[in-house]
Ligand binder design. Sequence first.
Ligand code: SAH
Length: 266
Amino acid sequence: MTDTPSRAIGRKSISATLKPRELMTDTPLLAGAWTAQIITLFPQAFPGVLGESLTGRALQDGLWQLQTYDLRTHGIGKHRNVDDTPAGGGAGMVLRPDVLEAAILEARSAAKGIMPLVYLSPRGRRFDQTMARNWARMDGVTLLCGRFEGVDERVIDHFGITEVSLGDFVLTGGEIAAQAMIDATVRLLPGVLGNAESAVEESHSGGLLEHPQYTKPALWQGRPIPEVLMSGNHAKIAAWRRAMSEQITAQRRPDLWAAYKAKDAT
Ligand code: SAH
């Protein structure tokens, strides 16, 4: 297997007709753009769905950029081994600390500004909108995607890596979690959402879940759109949406509702 250089995806100078996968270059980081660095055994999985729609357009426009670091290129020996059996026995394989170290050092040497180093892990703190907001305020993030049984614990200790989870379930690898977290973060960067897709009034932005949405036709399967939304009375519409937001949050997420009420009381 030959060495493949680490890839950068998303540069200002590229024509919008190219697909993000075709934009990969090994040029240095774009100064100033929010950067997601991904350490993975599957660099070809990126940008994946992030190359579509608003995040894809923003990537092409250089509002953010993606750098993948292929773990395999740091593998050991002819077969570029990246994993070995767990010390103490048991099922599966564990990613080797020396291989991970080489990949992490490669990524971190290219990192600019404040970029947290994160291992995607079901043991980590659960990712949420507040974390997305915090990441969006930084210069980027370095995400380490595990595979198999995960990574040698010493790597986490040595580099002081933060573990972050997508939720209380187990994935086969960190790549899907990485794409979910990058999506949630990138859409908060200035200029990524147009006016029409404002992040100000959506679920989890003000502590409430979003009100129901409707569109044409006005009558579908015998179900009309709520009359107030057709009234043209903007004050009444805003009040209705607010009331629905509160009702849905209270019903579905007592935890969010309690936090919202507590904040209101102060
Ligand atoms: N043996 C581990 C799970 C390994 S799953 C354990 O029991 O904790 C393989 C890889 O998938 C992990 O290294 C991690 O990078 C990723 N992964 C699995 N579930 C995840 C989750 N909920 N959030 C983020 N990453 C996850």
